[in-house]
Design a protein around this ligand. Structure first.
Ligand SMILES: NC(=O)c1ccc[n+]([C@@H]2O[C@H](COP(=O)([O-])OP(=O)(O)OC[C@H]3O[C@@H](n4cnc5c(N)ncnc54)[C@H](OP(=O)(O)O)[C@@H]3O)[C@@H](O)[C@H]2O)c1
Length: 229
């Protein structure tokens, strides 16, 4: 690690989080979140200054242990997430709990644990939300509700912590070409054609822009969608 600013990215092993890691690698030292230590180590080896940060985010004790030696953090990007889909008659209590555990509770708890480190750096929290955090559609119940909750959480965090120098940005992407989107298309019974969706790098570019925004400005929310052609 160098003396550059430090960024922790959850969900950095795949999809949008991985693209965010690539986009910040030129300016930040990185902690790469995910669950597969080996995959994270090989990803870290290809970046200028990055370390694996392997933790099951829904395991409260593991989470507390994993942040114990972080005393200063400039950027925290929450990208890890799951989508449990289905009509309300079919989604189970477990689907709701798993959605809230990862998409909301783990974000809230990780941020809480890291608040002293974020305040020390007057840091920036970026939450990868979704179009589903703005408009809830049929068969997207647990996912949309968890993302609405995540948006509310971000608004409260911003209001409480802006006086302490923190910035908080919710990013709401539309469909993006990742493993999650492939699973969504499987659920919908349609083909998965990655070229039809935004590239994760395009979402990462707006995350990087929010982080790079001069300190006289604070980007609250970004909505980014594929063009309707
Ligand atoms: N793709 C889209 O169309 C789309 C659209 C709007 C918003 N989003 C949001 O964007 C974010 C990233 O999605 P994505 O499409 O990049 O998903 P993805 O390709 O499925 O990647 C999910 C990431 O989350 C990590 N993760 C999952 N469960 C975890 C757990 N319990 N503990 C620790 N890490 C865990 C995975 O790590 P492992 O390597 O350990 O599995 C992986 O790195 C999500 O919050 C999603 O809701 C996605």
């Amino acid at each position: 690690m160098t003396d550059r600013p430090l960024a922790l990215i959850t969900g950095a092993s795949k999809g949008i989080g991985r693209a965010v890691a690539d986009s910040l690698a030129g300016t930040h030292d990185l902690l790469l979140g995910g669950r597969d230590e080996e995959a994270l180590a090989s990803l870290a080896a290809g970046l200028p200054s990055a370390r694996p940060w392997a933790v099951e985010l829904t395991d409260e004790r593991a989470l507390a242990a994993a942040v114990a030696d972080i005393d200063r953090l400039d950027v925290l990007v929450h990208s890890a997430g799951i989508s449990r889909l289905g009509p309300l008659t079919e989604v189970t209590a477990a689907d709701w709990r798993e959605s809230y555990e990862l998409n909301v509770v783990a974000v809230v708890e990780l941020t809480r644990l890291l608040l002293p480190a974020l305040r020390a750096a007057e840091g920036h929290v970026v939450l990868i939300n979704s179009g589903s955090g703005i408009k809830a559609n049929p068969k997207w119940g647990p996912y949309a509700a968890s993302k609405f909750a995540l948006r509310a959480y971000a608004d409260v965090l911003r209001a409480e912590e802006e006086p302490n120098g923190l910035r908080v940005t919710s990013v709401h992407p539309g469909r993006t070409a990742t493993g999650m989107q492939k699973a969504v298309r499987d659920f919908e019974g349609g083909d998965y054609v990655p070229e039809k969706y935004m590239r994760p790098e395009s979402v990462a570019a707006v995350v990087k822009a929010a982080v790079d925004t001069p300190r006289d400005a604070h980007v609250h929310e970004i909505v980014i969608r594929q063009p309707n052609r």
